[in-house]
Design a binder for this molecule. Structure first.
Ligand code: PGA
Length: 219
């Protein structure tokens, strides 16, 4: 299985021009990398304008709504995302759970909506119990301990490895599990080589073109 590196841009950058520069910069910088899959998840308004001509670089989204269509002001459906070329959708990020009050039930419905469109959900959890009634075959899990998100203090690798084992014991040894939380070019490789994760979900460092390229190239 190729390592999967996912960039979660969150609500950044602020203009399409900057988004294009970052996207194209990453695309150019990783064009010669092999045996690795990179996914960029920009904010919704930029997705339409970002096209990858690099087979290693895919598009994803940071969320989607669970209903197929209808009277849901402000929401975006999985079909819309699929139509714009998204192949992955991050779901259940802790910022959505905490700031926007997303529940396990909401996230479960979103997982189903994404799978229905044959895209791959990336389900973020910080506890194994968050998999209950939500995880389904075909879903990638991202373990993101709350204390490590955006803080600069990533999770101890031995502790992360323990969680990885617990998750694999629950859903299956062959399932793809990512680590996320304060990844940078210095610590990235350790989560894959030492802790055994199948990839990374990267926030802050994915907004710095050179740093993100360095992470991808080091793996
Ligand atoms: P961070 O964010 O890399 O900035 O810690 C990770 C995430 O929230 O997915």
């Amino acid at each position: 299985m190729k390592p999967l590196i996912v960039a979660n841009w969150k609500m950044n950058p602020q203009t399409l021009q900057e988004a294009k520069e970052l996207f194209d910069g990453v695309s150019e910088g990783i064009k010669d990398t092999k045996n690795i899959e990179v996914v960029i998840c920009p904010p919704f308004p930029f997705i339409f304008n970002l096209k990858s001509n690099n087979l290693n670089l895919k598009l994803g989204s940071q969320d989607c709504f669970w209903a197929e269509s209808g009277a849901y002001t402000g929401e975006v459906s999985s079909k819309m995302l699929k139509d714009l070329g998204c192949q992955y959708v991050i779901l259940g990020h802790s910022e959505r759970r905490r700031v926007l009050g997303e529940t396990g039930e909401d996230i479960s419905k979103k997982v189903q909506a994404v799978l229905k469109e044959k895209m791959i959900p990336i389900l973020c959890i910080d506890k194994v119990s968050q998999l209950d009634n939500v995880w389904q075959k075909g879903t990638i899990v991202a373990f993101e301990p709350l204390f490590a998100i955006g803080t600069g203090s990533s999770c101890d690798k031995a502790d992360a490895k323990k969680m990885l084992m617990e998750i694999k014991n629950k859903i299956g040894k062959k399932e793809q599990i990512l680590y996320g939380g304060s990844i940078d070019s210095k610590n990235a490789l350790g989560y894959i080589k030492e802790a055994g994760f199948d990839g990374l979900l990267i926030g802050g460092a994915s907004l710095v073109c050179e740093e993100f390229i360095k992470i991808v190239k080091n793996i």
